[in-house]
Design a protein around this ligand. Sequence first.
Ligand code: PML
Length: 245
Amino acid sequence: MSFYNVKMRASKEDSHISGAERIVREQDIKEAVVQLIDRAFNHSRGKPDFVNVKIELIGEPIKEISLLPVFEVSGSYDVRSLLLKISKCAGLTEEVVLDAYDTLLEGAAPDGSVMRGAMIVSVPDGNRLEPDKFKGVRATCLDISLEAQRQLKKAAGEKYTENLKEALTLTSKILSYPDVLAELCISDDPDYTTGYFSVKGVGYFRLFNVKPKGHLKGGRAIFVKKGCNVGKLIAYLKETPVIAV
Ligand code: PML
């Protein structure tokens, strides 16, 4: 049976507004396109002046990966102390994680702007490995099964959002690569203060107050083992089709 990757990205005055994707059978392409277009025109960042929808046949078997378990962290807490604690328990170098957190809040691109994709940070030395320091690295060709989505909705209850589903699917793919240890994400939407720290073998720590409200910067940091082959990692993140179950 053939599957297709349907991708949408929307922008306004050349600035990214939203993007989403699905992996579907031929008979479900139309429905997926309608959902994605609907999403493009109903985003809190405003109406797009450009929407691109791309449909590609997937020419290889789709790999099943496990959706990470979610741990919610709400209330008032100090993000840096929490990151430090989680990093320590997970055997990650604390300074490297805290440095990445500060860098994302300052804008991780060389000119201090927000990177579209993720930076790749080597552990324990903290070196930045992404070849393009402005664009970073992006993971695509991924989706979540209907059953996993149903269970996630049930578990998250009223705290369920489409952002959660997409972020969790994305980071589950990123962490499924053997040399990836963890990922930290802070939204660059000034009104969305929920981010996450996902850790291999542990799960997705959903941080409801990862940055102050109104803060315009954010981004993603992927932590990898020192010596990780970055070319192979990037190829996996971009090209290997996965479905989180
Ligand atoms: C969530 O758990 O609600 C998603 C957090 C990450 C959001 C990333 C983004 O939308 O930029």
